[in-house]
Design a protein around this ligand. Structure first.
Ligand code: PEP
Ligand code: MN
Length: 344
C-alpha cells in the first residue's frame, strides 16, 4: 500500500507514520514531491491496521498497490528516477547513448571504437568481456583482460563503461573495472545473480528476458532494488515471436507501458532486437519518439570480421549518421544529448 500525505504535511507527521511502520516490522519508503510526500509500505501488511494509519495526522488517503513489484512501482515513486553512471546521468531530460562492440576483442580495437563513438556523441562505452553465446564453440570473450581494456578505454576517452556479468565471479571482477554492470536477457531471471547485483550497489542495466513479460521483468528489477540498490535501468532488446525476418521482435510498446508502471529509466537496444544493421537506425528513431531515455547500439570497426554480432553492428560512419538523424527526434521529446547536440 501507499500512504499519500496531505500537501505540505508536517515533518513530524511523516516521521510518526514512518516510525509506526518500521516498528511494526515493515519498511517505509519515502518519496518526496514538491508538495506531496508518499510513503510506500513494503512487507507483510497483515501486521498493520489501515484504520490506525488513516487516523495519523496529515494523512490524505491510503491506496492499495496490487502489483507484486513495489519499489520499482511508479505508485511508490511518481517522479522519474535518474541513474548516475560514471560522469553521466540517465534520466528524463537527456538521451543517453551507450555504444561499442558486442565483444571486446583487443586493446587497439576497443580504443578505436571508443574514440569513434565518443566523437559521435555517445557517453557510455559498451563491450562484452563474458559472452553468453548460443554455441559453446563461439568466441566466449576475453574475461578479466577484456574488463581491463574497458577500464583503459573509459579512462582514455572519459566515457563511462558498461559490461555484462554472467556469474558471481564475473560480477566480482566487473565491479573493479567498469561503472555499470549489465544483466543480459538470458540471466534476467537468475535471481541469485540479481540479488548479488543488488548488494553490489553498482548501477545495473537490466535487459528484458527473451520471453519475459513486462511484469516478470519489473519483478526482476524489484529483486535488485530490494537488496538496497535503486540504480536500475531497464533495456528492451526484443522478444521471441513467430516472426523470423528479424532476430527478435522489438516490443516498442514496452516503452510507454513501462513509463506508466515504473519510475526506472528505460532504454532500447535496436541491435539485438533486429539482428541487422539495416534496421537499427529506424528502430532507434522509433524508440526515441516513443519516450525512451536512451539507446544501446553495437558499433564495430570492421563488422564483417567481428567475433560476435557483426551483422547487426554499425560502422563508425553509420553510427555518426544515426546520431545526427536522432537530433530532431530528441528535440521533439525535449531531450538533449548529455554532451550537447550532435549535428551532421
Ligand atoms: C549483449 O548486449 O551483448 C547481449 C548479449 O544482449 P542480450 O542479453 O540482450 O542478448
Ligand atoms: Mn551482441
Amino acid at each position: 500500500m501507499i500512504i499519500v500525505m496531505k500537501p505540505h504535511a508536517a515533518e513530524n507527521s511523516i516521521k510518526a507514520i514512518a516510525d509506526y511502520i518500521q516498528n511494526s516490522g515493515l519498511h517505509a519508503h519515502l518519496s518526496r514531491g514538491t508538495e506531496v510526500t508518499i510513503i510506500g509500505v513494503v512487507g507483510d501488511k497483515s501486521r498493520l491496521s489501515t484504520e490506525n494509519l488513516i487516523s495519523f495526522k496529515d494523512v490524505d488517503r491510503i491506496v492499495p498497490v496490487t502489483e507484486p513489484y513495489k519499489l520499482a512501482n511508479k505508485k511508490f515513486h511518481p517522479e522519474p528516477s535518474r541513474v548516475r553512471v560514471g560522469n553521466t546521468v540517465i534520466g528524463p531530460d537527456t538521451l543517453t547513448v551507450m555504444a561499442g562492440p558486442c565483444a571486446v576483442e583487443g586493446e587497439e580495437q576497443l580504443l578505436g571504437v571508443a574514440r569513434a563513438v565518443k566523437a559521435a556523441g555517445a557517453t557510455i562505452l559498451r563491450g562484452g568481456a563474458y559472452k553468453p553465446r548460443t554455441s559453446p564453440y563461439s568466441f566466449q570473450g576475453l574475461e578479466e583482460e577484456g574488463l581491463k581494456y574497458m577500464q583503459l578505454a573509459g579512462k582514455e576517452t572519459g566515457l563511462a563503461t558498461v559490461c555484462e556479468v554472467v556469474s558471481h565471479e564475473s560480477l566480482e571482477a566487473a565491479v573493479k573495472y567498469v561503472d555499470m554492470i549489465q544483466i543480459g536477457a538470458r540471466n534476467m531471471q537468475n535471481f541469485f545473480l540479481l540479488k548479488e547485483a543488488g548488494r553490489s550497489g553498482v548501477p545495473v542495466l537490466l535487459k528484458r528476458g527473451l520471453s519475459a513479460t513486462i511484469e516478470e521483468w519489473l519483478n526482476a528489477a524489484e529483486y535488485i532494488i530490494s537488496e538496497g540498490n535503486p540504480n536500475v535501468v531497464l533495456c528492451e532488446r526484443g522478444i521471441r515471436t513467430f516472426e523470423t525476418a528479424t532476430r527478435n521482435t522489438l516490443d516498442i510498446s514496452a516503452v510507454p507501458v513501462l513509463k506508466e508502471r515504473t519510475h526506472l529509466p528505460v532504454i532500447v537496444d535496436p541491435s539485438h532486437a533486429s539482428g541487422s544493421y539495416k534496421y537499427v537506425i529506424p528502430l532507434a528513431k522509433a524508440a526515441v519518439a516513443c519516450g525512451a531515455d536512451g539507446l544501446m547500439v553495437e558499433v564495430h570497426n570492421d563488422p564483417a570480421h567481428a567475433l560476435s554480432d557483426g551483422p547487426q553492428s554499425l560502422t563508425f560512419e553509420k553510427f555518426d549518421s544515426m546520431m545526427g538523424q536522432l537530433s530532431p527526434f530528441a528535440k521533439l521529446e525535449s531531450r538533449s544529448f548529455p554532451q550537447g547536440e550532435k549535428t551532421e
